[in-house]
Design a protein around this ligand. Structure first.
Ligand SMILES: NC(=O)c1ccc[n+]([C@@H]2O[C@H](COP(=O)([O-])OP(=O)(O)OC[C@H]3O[C@@H](n4cnc5c(N)ncnc54)[C@H](O)[C@@H]3O)[C@@H](O)[C@H]2O)c1
Length: 321
């Protein structure tokens, strides 16, 4: 049994990771300041004697004896990370320094939840880990993109300078139950709009492409990467390489929900990437990992989660009554 710290463990990805690591027979400590996460996401774990919850902001040091650290704390959607950009940067940068300092002290392995956003608006398609990215350092998305880039730098410097055992995962768009209903991420946005019968908002013409990875596949990838031999540091892309246009996504969601919502088009936000698709050859080679869940299968589970959530919130949340 390992003792494992998950920062951001009450968030969307973190809560699934807590579940998975407990199910694998580990002791899990979840540290979260509940900025975008919630107790609801982990309430079913609170009675488990091997699960511990700490209200903690990673911009402050934390002292716990652990064998592994998954550093997921950071708001992930533009609505949330642009709410307080300075705090977002602090979370990525000071959070990385604090968690790397802890890993160094207790000799823990540490995995960073980095992002495909480190590639910015890429000129290379699909993106391989060797591509350095094209990122605007002063735009409204920079607090997130540059914060995550700086965190990667810190991981590699702690590794080179202090011998810390690091793993860096570059996560591409992931979706599933426990995403927030109104955080502006495309899958949750479209599902909620479709379930409410509201118009589905597409930015630009909907021809920009994205790849969508179901959360269970992503969690397998994170756990697999942590288990790779010591010499493997990453960065490693984790995502689903199957590409869809935003318009195709909207149409799948309309079909699966049986909604008659209309599609409406709005101007593209600044620095919105046109294409995003991971090359996952490295993840396949290192750990035989590739996503298994098809888009329709994952969407069905996500739709049923939001259907229940909106149902609990009452008829007005569905646009009824
Ligand atoms: N979901 C995706 O598609 C995706 C893609 C790329 C990268 N990631 C990364 O994965 C991680 C988890 O993302 P998510 O989608 O679960 O987002 P999320 O917003 O649901 O989870 C982030 C969690 O971190 C917590 N948090 C934020 N600031 C904190 C702080 N200062 N101290 C302690 N806790 C803090 C939040 O309360 C929340 O529980 C993030 O680091 C994100 O950048 C996610």
């Amino acid at each position: 049994m390992k003792r494992i710290l998950i920062t951001g463990g009450a968030g969307f990805l973190g809560s699934h990771l807590c579940e998975r690591l407990l199910a694998d027979g580990n002791e899990v400590i979840c540290a979260d300041n509940f900025f975008t996460g919630s107790k609801r996401n982990i309430i079913h774990l609170l009675a488990n004697p091997y699960f511990e919850l700490i209200r903690h902001d990673v911009t402050f040091p934390l002292y716990v004896e652990v064998d592994e650290i998954y550093n997921l704390a950071c708001p992930a959607s533009p609505v949330n990370y642009q709410f307080d950009p300075v705090q977002t940067l602090k979370t990525s940068v000071h959070g990385a320094i604090n968690m790397l300092g802890l890993a160094k002290r207790v000799k823990a392995r540490i995995l960073q939840a980095s992002t495909s956003e480190v590639y910015g608006d890429p000129e290379v398609h699909p993106q391989t880990e060797s591509y350095w990215g094209k990122v605007n350092p002063i735009g409204i998305r920079s607090c997130y993109d540059e914060g995550k880039r700086c965190a990667e730098t810190l991981f590699f410097d702690y590794h080179r300078q202090h011998g810390v055992a690091i793993k860096v995962a570059r996560i591409f768009n992931t979706y599933g139950p426990r995403m927030q209903p109104n955080d502006g991420r495309v899958v949750s946005n479209f599902i909620v709009q479709a379930l409410r019968g509201d118009p589905i908002t597409i930015y630009g013409e909907g021809q920009q492409t994205r790849s969508f990875c179901y959360v269970d596949d992503l969690v397998d990838g994170l756990v697999g990467l942590m288990a790779t031999q010591g010499a493997v540091t990453g960065p490693v892309n984790l995502g689903n390489p199957v590409e869809f246009t935003i318009r195709q996504l909207a149409e799948r969601i309309l079909a699966l929900t049986g909604s008659s919502s209309e599609l409406i088009f709005r101007p593209l936000p600044q620095d919105d990437p046109q294409q995003r698709q991971p090359n996952i050859s490295l993840a396949k080679q290192l750990m035989g990992w590739e996503p298994m869940v098809m888009l329709d299968q994952g969407l069905e589970k996500t739709i049923s989660y939001f259907d229940q959530l909106l149902g609990e919130a009452g008829p007005s949340s569905r646009g009824e009554g």
